[in-house]
Ligand binder design. Structure first.
Ligand SMILES: NC(=O)c1ccc[n+]([C@@H]2O[C@H](COP(=O)([O-])OP(=O)(O)OC[C@H]3O[C@@H](n4cnc5c(N)ncnc54)[C@H](OP(=O)(O)O)[C@@H]3O)[C@@H](O)[C@H]2O)c1
Length: 331
C-alpha cells in the first residue's frame, strides 16, 4: 500500500525535504502501525525541514516530532486497532520516522492515549509545544509558585510554547505578562489571557546580576540574555522553567539569584518525559485550555505546505501553532 509524506534525504550540500509517495513496507521497525490524522509544526521540525541545525540523526528521514491518529495494526498487547493515540518526542522525526506522513510505525511504549473528548487536531494544535508548556506550568506548581505569589513572565510569547503557557497559566488564575518582540501581537496575547504585554528590552539589563524582584516565576522559550534577565528579576524563592533556546543556547549571568534569593531554575524536557507524567499532563492540558484559545493559537494547513511554513517559522513570522490535518477522518 502506498501513502504520501515528507522525506528528508542527505545531499552533498546538506539535506533536502521532498513530498513523495512511500510504501508501508518502507516504514521502519516498530510494533504499532498508526494511521496519522494530524501532526503539527515545531521549531525542531522547521530546522529539520530546512536543513538548518543538526536535528536529523539518520537519513532518509520522515520528519515530524509529533503525531496523533488511530492504531491500524498492533503486535503489542498495549494497543488494539482503532485505539486513538498521540506521540510526541522519543526521537520521532529525528532518529525514527515521524509524523509528517499518512502512516507511522512506532514503538508501543512511545504512545499516549488521546484524552477523552480530545480530537487529533486539538492534540496536534498543542503538540510538543503545548505539552512542554503544560510541563513547565506543572514545574512551577511543584516549586510552590501559586497564583497569589505574583506575576509570571512568559517569553517567546508569540510562539507555540509561549501561547500555550499563557493560556494554561491564565486558566489557573495566574497574572501573566507576555514578553514578545512583536508589538502587533498584543491583542492576540491578551486574548489568550495575558494581563500585560512587554518587549524583551523591558526585562532589564541582562548583565545586571540582580534587579528588583518582579517575577514570581517564568516560562522561558528564548534562553541567553532573556533567561539571565528573568533570573535576575525573579522574586525570593521564585522559579524559572527553562524550555527553549529560540534566541540563544547561552546562559550568561551570575549565581546571585540562586544564593541570595533561593531562586530555582528548572529544566523542561518533553522528548524523553516518562509516560506516567505524560498521562498526567495531557488530560490536564486538554481540560484547561479554553475553547477560544484553541481557535486563536492553531491554524490548520495542508501537510504539503510544511516546507514553506517551516521557512516562515524560522523567519520569526509564525504565530502560535500550525496544525496539519491528514486525510479526511478527523472526528
Ligand atoms: N524543552 C523541550 O522539550 C522543548 C519542547 C518544545 C520546544 N522547545 C524549544 O522551545 C523554543 C520555542 O519553541 P516553540 O515551538 O514555541 O517555537 P516557535 O513557535 O518558533 O516560537 C519561538 C518564539 O520565540 C521567539 N523568538 C524566535 N526567535 C527569537 C530570537 N532570535 N530571539 C528572541 N526571541 C526569538 C518568538 O517569539 P516573539 O516573536 O513573540 O518574541 C517566537 O515566536 C525552541 O527553542 C524549541 O526548540 C523545547
Amino acid at each position: 500500500m502506498r501513502f504520501r509524506g515528507w522525506m528528508i534525504t542527505s545531499r552533498q550540500d546538506g539535506s533536502a525535504a521532498e513530498w513523495k509517495e512511500l510504501a508501508l513496507a518502507e516504514l521502519p521497525e516498530g510494533d504499532v502501525l498508526v494511521r496519522v490524522q494530524a501532526t503539527g509544526l515545531n521549531y525542531k521540525d522547521a530546522l529539520a525541514m530546512t536543513g538548518r541545525g543538526k536535528v536529523v540523526r539518520a537519513f532518509p528521514m520522515v520528519p515530524g516530532i509529533d503525531l496523533a491518529g488511530i492504531v491500524a495494526e498492533s503486535r503489542s498487547p498495549r494497543w488494539r486497532p482503532g485505539d486513538r493515540v498521540l506521540l510526541t518526542g522519543w526521537g520521532a522525526g529525528e532518529a525514527h520516522w515521524g509524523g509528517f506522513a499518512e502512516y507511522a510505525r512506532v514503538r508501543a511504549e512511545w504512545l499516549t492515549p488521546l484524552p477523552a473528548g480530545f480530537t487529533p487536531e486539538r492534540a496536534m494544535t498543542a503538540g510538543t509545544a503545548g505539552f512542554t508548556a503544560m510541563l513547565a506550568v506543572m514545574a512551577l506548581e511543584d516549586a510552590g509558585v501559586t497564583p497569589e505569589r505574583g506575576e509570571i513572565a512568559v517569553t517567546g510569547a508569540g510562539g507555540g510554547v509561549g501561547g500555550f503557557a499563557i493560556a494554561l497559566l491564565a486558566a489557573l488564575g495566574y497574572a501573566v505578562t507576555a514578553v514578545t518582540r512583536r508589538e502587533a501581537l498584543a491583542p492576540y496575547l491578551r486574548s489568550l489571557g495575558a494581563r500585560a504585554v512587554i518587549p524583551p528590552a523591558a526585562l532589564g539589563d541582562p548583565q545586571k546580576p540582580l534587579q528588583s524582584e518582579r517575577w514570581a516565576g517564568a516560562v522561558d522559550a528564548v534562553g541567553g540574555g532573556t533567561l539571565a534577565a528573568l533570573l535576575a528579576a525573579t522574586a525570593y524563592r521564585g522559579c524559572v522553567a527553562a524550555c527553549g533556546l529560540a534566541g540563544s543556547a547561552g546562559l550568561p549571568g551570575t549565581v546571585f539569584p540562586f544564593i541570595l534569593r533561593g531562586v530555582r531554575l528548572t529544566g523542561i524536557d518533553s522528548v524523553y518525559c516518562p509516560q506516567p507524567l505524560r498521562e498526567k499532563a495531557w488530560p490536564r492540558l486538554a481540560a484547561l485550555v479554553p475553547a477560544t484559545a484553541w481557535e486563536e493559537i492553531g491554524e490548520a494547513a495542508p501537510l504539503e505546505e510544511a516546507l514553506t511554513r517551516s521557512e516562515a517559522l524560522l523567519r520569526g513570522e509564525a504565530r502560535g501553532r500550525t496544525v496539519f490535518r491528514i486525510g479526511s477522518a478527523n472526528p
